[in-house]
Structures are given as structure tokens and as C-alpha cells.
Design a protein around this ligand. Structure first.
Ligand code: IFM
Length: 440
């Protein structure tokens, strides 16, 4: 971590040759050009009163569709190997929508940056619904269209981004689109996304694609105390956040009897869901501290959690926090990666950290530098402990529309002035550039 002056103490340790360095974004958060695509569930959700902290929408966001050349130049200037972006399904459904990604991928290749598209990052076309099984088959058809067009230039494919968060926040708690408050009745949404993933892996391979992974959010779960009730609550949370999605993918089974709550022919679906992956993407931000259920609603990290769940989220004390209120716990990344290796053993393919980053204001963002420095050292400790990690992507290249938080949280290495669309590299951009240069 940083010294008192905020300056990391020494150069980063050396990462293996061929380690993939990148940055991430997602379509709905940066693209804008909302009138050049079909509506997504987020358009309808954001239009509702009180749902987005600053009352904003992503209609313009970073206007990336019209400014992508400038953003590709920022990527090239940074010196990353790869750029993780997402393809907007609603844009692909619009006439000419895929042309944008064709140009983007061409421009990335010309700049020497390898394209790593995510095929679903929460912006479901408004006319679709993950509660419907048919959405999985439609997703596979869309994936085929994208793969046939871009597959000759894509470096790595990502099927879904964080289906756990999309299920929990969007369908169980209703604080993200589509705003359903289904609590445990949201489980079919998880199953249909997993099925969509498996069908997409098959569709990608049928289209000749290789190097396929998924980006799941994970974090260590810490029980609030050694009391049996807190330990049981932490276990429930761990199952929902970490195992509900990883176990079916890597072990071909649902954890703890959850399979019985899923719709359809679950055994047959698990054969599809567990299609072998070339690599496994992990998005890491912070651990969770979890205690026994309480009678009242709780709020943590900006998320209101209703009473009635088998756990409550508690504050993690003793660590600095980001502007989002999330604790900065780099060692949680080492714990997570070694824990994953121990839990899944040789069923775990090589891992890529597909997101890691923090929300802070300001151009001289020494806190972000300290965050990234600390997490890269923690990642290196996991490598030294024998975890096969092949890459690391910072969230995010640009400040962007942070879902229910609107434009109030800045995660970028590059500042965006939303009034003028002016991009200004922050101190962290220069720091990451130098860190990458030192690894070459
Ligand atoms: O901005 C999000 C991203 O879309 C998904 N992972 C977490 C990020 C920060 O909240």
C-alpha cells in the first residue's frame, strides 16, 4: 500500500511473461447514442422516479459511440495489451448496430490493443426477461451473430458479466434494472443466465471462437463473529455470492440443494452450463462481513437490504474506504484467489482478474494509485502461492455511468467532464502506464 505521502513504496514485483494487462468498460455505462439502439431494461428503470441517485440516465454517458477513436488512442497511450468492453445486445438488434463494434474492433487491432468483448453486461433488451427460459436461447442466437462478425479479430470472449449482481440487485432486491423485488423467487433468473452462458459457449465454439470465459463477481465472506448464527449466515451469503454461479460452471452442480429450486430439467441444463471454460474471470472489489439476520432493513455500500434474508451485511471496520464506502482490502484478493484454487482444484481453469478498481474523485487520485498498487501486490502474492492467474483488468478506463449511482461515482483512470465530454488522464493513468512499461 501507499506511504504516508500516498506514494507506493517500491516498483511492483515482476509478473510472468505474457501476463495480460488491460482495462475494462461496459456498453451501457459509456456508449450513449441511446437513439441508435433498441431500449434496454435500464432505460425504463432509470426513467422511474428516485431510482438513480442523481436522477440521470445513460442516454449520453461518455458518448463513446461517437468518440471511440479518442478512447482507443487513450488505450494505446496507456500501453495495455487488451481492452475489455461489452457489446450491447439492444444495439446489435438495431439496424447497423453491429457496424459500430466492427469499427471499434478494427481500430483496437490497428492500435495494437486486443479486443476482449463481454456479450452481456446487464443491458438486456427491454422486450426480454430473464425469468423466461427462452431468453437463454435468444442470447445464444445473438452471440452467434456477433461471433460471426467479430470472431476473426477477438482475442478472448466473455459471455456474461456478474450474473450474481444482476440477479441479486436487479431481480431480488430491485435496486438495479429491471427493478424486481423477487427475493428467493429470483433464482430462475440465475439459472436462465447460467443456461444462456452454456448455450453461448457452445454457440461461440460452433462459430470457431476460442479462449472463452465468464466474468463473475466474487469476494471473501467474513463472518461477523464466531457465533454459530453469524457463521451460518456467512455461509448462506457465500453460497449466494460465490458458489451459486461458480459451482454449476466448475463442478456441474448447484450448492446446498439450490438445484431443487431451479426451473426445468436441471440435470440436463447443468450439462450445458458446465461446458468447459478456457479461463475463469473474477471481478474483485471488497470482502463482505456477514452476520445473522436482523428484523430491520440494513444498508451497506449503498445497497438497501430488506429484512427477511438469511443474513445481514455489516460494516468492515479498520480499513480505508472508497467514495462508494467500500473497504479497501487488498489482501482479500489473495484470500479469494487462493481460496478459489483450494475449493475448485484442477476444475478451475486459468484465472483472469476481469475487474478491480475503486471510486474516488479528483485528477490527482493518489488513493486510486494506492488501491491499484496494493491489489496488484496482493495478486502477485496469489501467483507466488501457485494460483494460475493470467491477466488483470482495471475497472475502469473512463469515469462512467455507475448504474443506480448515476454519474456520482468516478472509477476511471481517465476523467470525463460530462458537460464537454473532455477526457483528462488522471495521475493513476500515468502511474498505470509507468507500471506497465516497467513490466515490459
Ligand atoms: O461499474 C460496475 C460494473 O458495471 C460491474 N462491476 C462493478 C463495477 C463497479 O461497481
Amino acid at each position: 500500500m501507499a506511504t504516508d505521502a500516498g506514494v507506493p513504496p517500491s516498483p511492483l514485483p515482476r509478473f510472468p511473461d505474457g501476463f495480460l494487462w488491460g482495462v475494462s468498460t461496459s456498453a451501457h455505462q459509456i456508449e450513449g447514442a441511446a437513439d441508435e439502439r433498441e431500449p434496454s431494461v435500464w432505460d425504463a428503470f432509470a426513467a422511474g422516479p428516485g431510482r438513480i441517485r442523481d436522477g440521470s440516465t445513460a442516454a449520453v454517458a461518455c458518448d463513446h459511440v461517437h468518440r471511440h477513436r479518442e478512447d482507443v488512442a487513450l488505450l494505446a497511450g496507456l500501453g495495455v495489451d487488451a481492452y475489455r468492453f461489452s457489446v450491447s445486445w439492444p444495439r446489435v438488434l438495431a439496424p447497423g448496430g453491429l457496424d459500430f463494434y466492427d469499427r471499434l474492433v478494427d481500430d483496437l487491432c490497428a492500435a495494437g490493443v486486443r479486443p476482449v468483448p463481454t456479450l452481456f453486461h446487464w443491458d438486456l433488451p427491454a422486450r426480454l426477461d430473464w425469468r423466461e427460459r427462452d431468453t437463454a436461447a435468444r442470447f445464444a442466437a445473438y452471440v452467434t451473430t456477433v461471433a460471426e462478425r467479430l470472431g476473426d479479430r477477438v482475442h478472448k470472449w466473455i459471455t456474461l458479466n456478474e450474473p450474481a449482481e444482476h440477479t441479486l440487485l436487479g431481480h431480488a432486491l430491485g435496486v438495479h434494472a429491471p427493478g424486481e423485488r423477487l427475493l428467493f423467487d429470483a433464482l430462475p433468473v440465475a439459472h436462465h443466465q447460467l443456461l444462456a452462458h452454456g448455450l453461448a459457449v457452445r454457440a461461440l465454439r460452433a462459430a470457431g471462437a476460442r479462449d472463452i470465459g465468464i466474468a463473475n463477481s466474487h469476494g471473501p465472506t467474513w463472518a461477523a463473529s464466531r457465533a454459530e448464527t453469524d457463521m451460518a449466515a456467512a455461509d448462506s451469503y457465500d453460497i449466494l455470492l460465490n458458489r451459486l454461479f461458480a459451482d454449476p460452471l466448475l463442478l456441474r452442480r448447484y450448492p446446498s440443494g439450490l438445484g431443487e429450486l431451479m426451473p426445468g430439467d436441471v440435470a440436463a441444463d447443468l450439462e450445458i452450463i458446465a461446458e468447459p471454460l478456457d479461463w475463469y474471470g473474477i471481478n474483485y472489489y471488497a470482502p463482505a462481513r456477514v452476520g445473522a439476520p436482523q428484523d430491520a432493513e440494513t444498508e451497506i455500500g449503498g445497497v438497501r437490504v430488506p429484512a427477511g434474508l438469511p443474513f445481514t451485511l455489516r460494516e468492515i471496520e479498520g480499513y480505508p474506504v472508497t467514495d462508494f464506502g467500500w473497504p479497501v482490502v487488498p489482501e482479500g484478493l489473495t484470500e479469494l484467489l487462493t481460496g478459489f484454487r483450494d475449493r475448485y482444484g484442477d476444475r478451475l481453469p486459468p484465472v483472469v482478474v476481469t475487474e478491480n478498481g475503486c471510486a474516488y474523485e479528483g485528477l490527482d487520485d493518489q488513493d486510486r494509485i494506492a488501491y491499484l498498487d496494493g491489489h496488484l501486490r496482493a495478486l502477485h502474492r496469489a501467483l507466488t502461492a501457485g494460483v494460475d492467474v493470467r491477466g488483470y483488468f482495471v475497472w475502469s478506463l473512463l469515469d462512467n455511468w455507475e448504474w443506480a449511482e448515476g454519474y456520482t461515482r468516478r472509477f476511471g483512470l481517465v476523467h470525463v467532464d460530462y458537460a464537454t465530454q473532455r477526457r483528462t488522464p488522471k495521475a493513476s493513468y500515468e502511474w498505470f502506464k509507468e507500471a506497465l512499461r516497467a513490466q515490459r
